[in-house]
Design a protein around this ligand. Sequence first.
Ligand SMILES: [Zn+2]
Length: 335
Amino acid sequence: MNENNVINEVTSKQPRLSENFIKVITRNELSHSYLFNGESGVGKLALALFITMGIFCPNRKNGYPCGQCNECRRITEQQHPDVVIIKPDGQSIKVDQVRYLKDEFSKSGLEGNKKVFIIQDAEKMTSGAANSLLKFIEEPGNNIFSFLLTTNMNLILPTIISRTQVIELQHLDTDSFEDKLSKMGILKSQLHLVNKLTNSTEMVKVWQEDDWLSKMQNSVGNWFDLIVNNDAEAFVTIQSNFMPLVIDKDHRAPVINMMIAIFEDVLNYKYLKLGQFSFPNNEKNIELLANKISSKTLVQILKIILGCNKQISINVSFQNILESITLKIMNILNR
Ligand SMILES: [Zn+2]
């Protein structure tokens, strides 16, 4: 890792934390022991090295280490005599490794030099190593700073956690909602609809249970196709297709909102002639209806469905509401 990479990595991956630590260093308020908890790749080692540079660098600018001096360079090359980095020797960090660290530090503690130790994968300390370290971080000496890095804080001894300041490192959240939805397995044909219905990934998770989202989208699409073709079967699908999917009150609003979304597709197509459709699989009938009816009729239909949003919270049978919507829409289209 070269010195500029460390600074770049930290400021891009952990902009808020690196800035906070610069303030802390500038005010001389650095704690003696930190525990950095976070997934791999979040920049734990880079942050520890960055702070260490901040401790040793004689040429700090606005608190930031210069990244170029002898101190900075040796720290990032992991060659600094007063910075000791320990990582697992095989599967674990053994008691001998911690003993070596303590010996090194007690020698130089006498000289009054600043010392930093960094323990990578700290959860891999054997209990002997952890206990040995414990006594050491209880009374670290004024010029000794320690950074314990872990991907799983649950595996660290509580007695160690209680003697460190725990810092949680998280991945920078740069994904858009649609990126998140794709990663959750939402199909391309569902993206626009889901984006329209909610901005909560928690909600989407609920809808994904038992493939509810796909089933409901298909049912509404099928209902719409029947309506466009003036097929009275549309009325029957409420009981046969919709109601088994309305498993509780929380599933009512999204059903109504899907009905609204498919008629909004018609409206969009009528005006924009292009579709980012909520119901791309029903494109043919969406176009057909858009070419057949006036925008005034379309608005009437949307008002009928929107009007039901109020009713769903009160104690009216949801099946009655949906059947009534279906009849009214079919009547309007048949005029
Ligand atoms: Zn420097």
